[in-house]
Write a protein that binds this ligand. Structure first.
Ligand SMILES: Nc1ncnc2c1ncn2[C@@H]1O[C@H](COP(=O)(O)OP(=O)(O)OP(=O)(O)O)[C@@H](O)[C@H]1O
Length: 612
């Protein structure tokens, strides 16, 4: 039976999702419009009240056009009135202009407020959704070299969309409004001059249009390089200790330098392309103004245009040219945002490695859980098989130790057992329920994995333990430490339960971190506990304390321990020995050591020699 997950793509659109484990950096070529359509479909809130916002943008623009119209009316009907200058008309025109400007300023304020609120809300949702999805992709997708790339999608790429929608989007809306209103007023004054202006911009429009695909490619590369740069930075920060210890700062620095240079080059390439496209707008602006002066004077001489109308038209040309140039620039910036959007959408399209069966799922049966591996095979994406035909069962309440040489498949076994990954073939069952059918809510509350490094979050000891049961009060947490025989250890901490453990728990020793992680598992009260024993040496006192705590935590529940210390294997009800991805032996420690030539016999002899 194949248990490979087949969940529909997150965006629910027709494009074929990438299979689990496939690189998300392989951004397929896709047109700007397709990306926009996909993006808007995924964030429908962005379209909320768009017509109203556009309406407000157009109204806001009326204010700007009011000035040239007022100048024309002031000159033709006031200063150059047929019966001599009429200052009353000038005063009325001025008062009306002030009123129109006040009304349009209000429209402009309302438009900006709507735009900011809608875009911030929609993009906050997109960021949260992307983050959750990246989290769901866990195990197979979040491999070190790609973490920077994934992080850049949730941060930089979403920021790029936000910046564009808020500033570029506003400017684009305002510009489009200004172009529309100005064109209409220009037509009223002179359709011939309006055609001259529009004609001057036709070649520029063609250039901008033709440059869009090139810009899309150039900015696509920029966004990808930002991801590579973040990956290089995150690796050098996370691995700072090793880098210093081995004096390999220069080599790591070189990787960073290469990423910085590649980013700079792609950015320059994108900007050069955008400047070429932008310059065509400059040329068109010059042509339009010159054309209006020449044709306007010609029309004026023929009596087809008054001085006031020509003056107003020249104002209007400026009002038309300015937003056209700005819109060209914004369109270029839009390509950067669209490239970011495409990367965010691509990540959302990736199928999670494992998916919650949701309403089709069933809760795990009550009580301690039994474990069955039914001919389980597993291979990491693109790699060889690391677990082959694993067939085993562990009765409920049994304590089992899993041992084997490094790389024999023990951690892979633990990840399959806790459904951090699904087998390539075969099935894992808990009390007869295939894990692929167990609801996440039931699985995550009944099965707990304590990883080797006992990861702690920045916060107090109590807050870290409380992660297992958010409603647990300090009394319950104190009682939990007491039941584990750790009351005196907690009392010895600088601020007891309120002691801060620091980032990743680094203010505590490795052994102490394990104690907190075990208390967390104990409070969760799981029915199946999977422990990855710490390999790092802890001092003898902590080791004794850890062992006592472990005994208390595992009592009465099914426990599978990835055992690095064979003292743990010796104390287990049964030992399962892995060798090159297969179960080589299983039985009680005493029976297994009776065969000194077996895998376990050799492991035990090596361990004894090392501990002596
Ligand atoms: N994320 C991964 N991608 C590709 N291959 C992996 C990955 N994780 C582990 N492997 C490979 O799978 C095999 C089994 O690894 P696993 O971590 O299960 O071994 P292990 O017995 O737990 O080793 P150790 O005792 O050192 O922790 C190894 O050959 C390892 O290289």
């Amino acid at each position: 039976m194949s248990t490979t997950t087949t969940q529909a793509p997150a965006t629910g659109r027709a494009r074929r999702p990438a299979p689990p484990g496939q690189a998300v950096d392989a951004t397929p070529a896709e047109s700007t419009l397709t990306t926009l359509r996909r993006g808007l479909a995924l964030s429908p809130r962005l379209r909320t009240g768009l017509a109203g916002t556009l309406g407000l943008a157009v109204l806001a623009m009326v204010g700007r056009v009011a000035v040239p119209v007022a100048v024309q009316q002031g000159i033709d009907r006031g200063l150059r009135a047929p019966g001599g200058p009429d200052l009353r008309v000038v005063a009325v025109v001025a008062a009306l202009t002030v009123a129109v400007l006040a009304a349009t300023t209000t429209c402009s304020y309302l438009m900006l407020r709507r735009l900011f609120t809608v875009s911030e809300t929609a993009l906050a949702e997109l960021r949260t959704r992307t983050f959750r999805h990246v989290h769901d992709l866990s195990m197979l997708h979040q491999q070190t070299q790609r973490r920077g790339s994934l992080v850049s999608r949730v941060t930089g790429d979403v920021d790029q969309i936000t910046q564009f929608l808020q500033w570029g989007g506003v400017i684009l809306l305002v510009s489009v409004g200004q172009i529309l209103v100005t064109t209409a007023v220009m037509f009223v004054y002179s359709w011939q001059l309006t055609l001259v202006v529009l004609g001057a911009f036709v070649p520029a429009a063609v250039v901008v249009w033709r440059f869009q695909p090139r810009l899309a490619t150039a900015y696509g590369q920029v966004r990808e390089r930002v991801g590579t740069l973040l990956a290089a930075i995150s690796e050098s920060v996370v691995g700072a200790e090793v880098i210093r210890a081995y004096g390999v700062g220069e080599r790591t620095g070189e990787r960073l330098d290469t990423a910085v240079v590649a980013h700079r080059r792609s950015q320059i390439r994108a900007l050069t392309t955008s400047v070429t496209s932008f310059s065509s707008g400059e040329v068109a602006a010059g042509l339009a103004t010159a054309g209006v002066v020449v044709v306007g004077v010609h029309l004026g001489v023929g009596g087809g245009l008054t001085v006031g109308q020509l003056t107003a038209f020249l104002f209007l040309v400026t009002l038309f040219v300015q937003p056209v140039q700005i819109a060209t620039e914004v369109l270029n910036e839009a390509q950067n945002a669209i490239a970011g959007w495409r990367r965010v959408l691509d990540v959302l399209d990736e199928r999670p490695d494992v998916a919650d069966p949701g309403d089709d799922g069933v809760p795990l049966p009550a009580g301690a859980l039994s474990v069955t591996f039914d001919r389980v095979h597993f291979a990491y994406p693109g790699g060889p098989e690391v677990l082959s035909a694993v067939d085993l069962s562990v009765p409920a309440r049994r304590t089992v130790a899993v041992v084997g040489e490094t790389g024999s498949g023990k951690s892979t076994f633990a990840k399959l057992l806790t459904r951090l990954m699904d087998p390539t073939h075969g099935a894992v069952l808990l009390s007869g329920v295939p894990l692929t059918r167990a609801t996440f809510a039931s699985l995550r509350s009944r099965v707990v994995l304590v990883p080797q490094d006992g990861f702690l979050f920045d916060g107090t000891v109590a807050a870290n333990v409380r992660l297992a049961r958010p409603d647990a009060g300090d009394d319950a947490i104190t009682a939990c430490f007491a039941e584990l025989g750790l009351a005196d250890w907690v009392a010895g901490l600088p601020a007891g339960l309120d002691t801060n453990v620091g980032e990743r728990g680094e203010a505590l020793s490795v052994g102490e971190r394990q104690l907190v992680a075990l208390a967390r598992a104990y409070l969760a009260d799981p029915d199946l506990l999977v422990l990855d024993e710490a390999t790092s040496a802890v001092d003898p006192a902590t080791e004794v304390r850890l062992q006592r705590t472990l005994d208390a935590v595992t009592r009465g529940r099914t426990t599978v321990t990835i055992a690095h210390r064979l003292s743990t294997a010796r104390a287990a009800d049964e030992v399962i020995v892995f060798d090159a991805g297969r179960v080589a032996q299983r039985g009680h420690h005493d029976d297994l050591v009776a065969e000194p030539e077996s895998v376990y016999g050799r492991l035990y002899a090596a361990w004894l020699a090392q501990t002596r």
